[in-house]
Design a protein around this ligand. Structure first.
Ligand code: Z5A
Length: 221
């Protein structure tokens, strides 16, 4: 049987890395073969594009060019990593996917929605994730967490954006969830990590009628 494809979305510092790892651990406890991956990146080619984008090197070319680069990375990631895993019956958990392009490049970067849709059609096609977990935290909370974790390191291309940007980003993810309530599950990411984990677990367990699994207790890094 083909595997399942679950994505996580949300602003920076919303807890995606923490919670993708926790969900993977819980599913594995049930004997599920899980592949944990992320975007941009997740395949050797896409990792190169990740570096180009997050270093800010592509910024002078504009947001259309960045959207095209994210799409190229996604295309490679799907072909090389995600689709072979799903075809082999593995469950794929991906930290960010096409909703991030809709939000960062579309709503925030003002890339024409028609271009965003065309890129999705060419790269993603019918490979729509289900469910997508939207981790929701106020922009201030996410930025504070991300800054604390970063320490003295430089902010990347998107971390360097201001509070207004990150507030609009949050609203955009919530809008996407309102438009696609069957696919998107909004989870309050301000709760302690183990409560967030429980809320995500209930959503995934119920969607796929799974047995219960012990809490993963993945420590927030
Ligand atoms: N991007 C784009 O523009 N277009 C696209 O199509 C795609 C991506 C796919 C990738 O950044 C950037 O690319 C991203 C969007 C853009 N830009 N930004 N910003 P990334 O991969 O380097 O990072 P990220 O995706 O933004 O995630 P993040 O900042 O690393 O955060 P996170 O994964 O959501 O959170 P975390 O690492 O799990 O937690 C952050 C900190 O908070 C950490 O210290 C935890 O211990 C702590 N934490 C986690 N959960 C909690 C709770 N519940 N309470 C308290 N503290 C917590």
């Amino acid at each position: 049987m083909r595997g399942r494809f679950i994505t996580f979305e949300g602003g920076e510092g919303s807890g995606k890395s923490t919670q993708t790892a926790a969900l993977a651990q819980r599913l594995r406890a049930l004997g599920t073969d899980v592949l944990l991956t992320r975007e941009p990146g997740g395949s050797p080619g896409a990792e190169i594009i990740r570096h180009v984008i997050l270093s800010g090197a592509a910024r002078p070319f504009g947001t259309d060019a960045e959207a095209i680069l994210f799409a190229a990375a996604r295309d490679d990631h799907l072909r090389v990593t995600i689709l072979p895993a799903l075809d082999a019956g593995r469950w794929v958990i991906c930290d960010r996917f096409f909703d991030s392009t809709r939000a960062y490049q579309g709503a925030l970067g003002a890339v024409d929605p028609q271009l965003i849709r065309s890129l999705e059609r060419v790269t993603v096609g019918d490979n729509i994730p289900d469910p997508t977990i939207m981790l929701d935290v106020p922009a201030e909370t996410g930025m504070t967490r991300a800054a604390a974790r970063r320490g003295a390191a430089h902010a990347d291309r998107f971390e360097a954006e201001d509070l207004t940007f990150h507030r609009k980003l949050r609203e955009t993810f919530l809008d996407i969830a309102r438009q696609e309530p069957q696919r998107c599950v909004v989870v309050d990411g301000t709760q302690p990590p183990q409560q967030v984990e429980e809320a995500i677990w209930r959503a995934v367990r119920d969607r796929f009628a799974l047995a219960d699994a012990p809490i993963a207790q993945v420590a927030a890094s």
